[in-house]
Design a protein around this ligand. Structure first.
Ligand SMILES: *Cc1c(COP(=O)(O)O)cnc(C)c1O
Length: 394
């Protein structure tokens, strides 16, 4: 008898999983209970996490937590509807005003997440007949949003301004509008985009520049304001996008831009219009976190300083962000290195394709303000003595 659709569906899923398993590319969710000071519990074991994006440890900050608890008690848990219906809590306005001011933009729109922000912003601005030029290492959601827009998408080699100019010279004239996309700080490599140079190129080619500062806000640039603020003056970036889910310690995405652009996004971005607003507690937490960042600019420098202590202990180049990749190449070797560190009490998840390009599987170390210097030194020693020799042997 022919198989039922339920059977063929399960066969399909199993065959895909088996193929991924064979390449060491199957992924599993592992229960992890995060606590203060970058501590995580897995299977009852206490680990120090070096793979979390909570760079300022604000998800565990007492003031931030209290803001979320008070907002929940006062306003309830969910926001009940899309922001355009009845889910636009007054806290959103306050959050957007603060973000706009922090980023020196006219206005700001907050989304349900960073991923949703990019899936909403890009198709609102771009369509068929337009040109998007993106860095090859730009985050997955920038590329998803680009595909969804229907615009022509060209990819330039990572941080290669010559290649960016070449693509603009070849394709800009045939397109109506042009959008240049990059991460401000690259999520898996930790390096910075040359944002000032890109702003200059964008101007020359009549293109709009959008930076995704998910890993920049709170930890790089003047007072932790992000990648537009790494030079002497603010770089001219008309579309500053980012997330509230990393250094800000809460959840949600944002776009800081002109009033006209933000008004258009509020009117047209589908992921804003057709999705429920963030819980009030999340907005309250983000407001408290931004307040903390503004009051503690020196604290915002700590994650990069901690990362620097690690790279110096290993003789690696100084980092530009709290993210330090150690490329091992092979996915199995990466999983083994991660397991070795976990056995020693350190949580460092291996990153494999397709999150990173094939052949560049890696350990991705992230550093937070509250990491203990002794742990960083011990972690560096483990890497030097037990992981680097294995890489060399491959
Ligand atoms: C994490 C991340 C996002 C997605 O943000 P979420 O708020 O987690 O959805 C977008 N862009 C980059 C570069 C990221 O690292």
């Amino acid at each position: 008898m022919a198989k039922s659709p339920k059977e063929t569906l399960d066969d399909f899923a199993r065959a895909k999983l088996d193929a991924l398993e064979a390449q060491a590319l199957r992924r599993r969710l592992i229960e992890t209970d995060r606590r203060e000071g970058a501590i995580a519990f897995r299977d009852g074991r206490r680990l120090v996490s070096f793979c979390c994006n909570d760079y300022l440890n604000l998800s565990q900050n007492e003031t931030v937590k209290r803001a979320a608890i008070e907002a929940t008690e006062k306003y309830g848990v969910g926001s009940g509807a899309s922001r355009l219906v009845s889910g636009n809590h007054p806290l959103f306005r306050e959050l957007e005003t603060r973000l706009a001011e922090w980023k020196q933009a006219e206005d700001c729109v907050v989304f349900g997440s960073g991923y949703m922000a990019n899936m909403g912003i890009i198709p609102t601005l771009m369509r068929k007949g337009d040109l998007i030029v993106a860095d090859e290492l730009a985050h997955a959601c920038l590329l998803s949003g680009s595909k969804l827009s229907g615009a022509r998408v060209e990819i330039f080699r990572h941080n290669d301004m010559g290649h960016l100019e070449e693509l603009l010279a070849a394709h800009r004239n045939a397109a109506q509008h042009c959008l240049i996309l990059t991460d401000g700080i690259f999520s898996m490599d930790g390096d910075a985009a040359p944002v000032e140079a890109m702003a200059e190129i964008a101007k020359r080619h009549d293109a709009w520049l959008m930076t995704d500062d998910a890993h920049g806000i709170g930890v790089v640039g003047h007072e932790g304001r992000g990648s537009s603020f790494m030079g002497t003056a603010k770089a001219d970036v008309p579309l500053q996008m980012g997330t509230l889910s990393k250094a800000v310690g809460a959840y949600g995405g944002y776009l800081c831009a002109s009033r006209a652009v933000c008004d258009l996004i509020r009117t047209r971005a589908r992921t804003l219009i057709y999705s429920t607003g963030l819980p009030p507690a999340t907005a309250a937490a983000a407001i408290a976190a931004l307040e903390f960042m503004r009051a503690n600019p020196d604290y915002c420098k700590r994650p990069v300083a901690k990362a620097r202590a690690f790279t110096r202990a290993l003789g690696l180049p100084d980092p530009e962000s709290p993210i330090v990749p150690l490329i091992l190449g092979d996915a199995e070797l990466t999983l083994a290195a991660s397991a070795l560190l976990e056995a020693e009490g350190y949580l460092v998840t291996g990153i494999r394709p397709p999150t990173v390009p094939a052949g560049t599987a890696r350990l991705r170390f992230t550093f937070t303000a509250e990491h203990d210097d002794a742990d960083i030194a011990r972690l560096a020693a483990l890497v030097r003595e037990r992981i680097l020799p294995r890489r060399a042997a491959e």
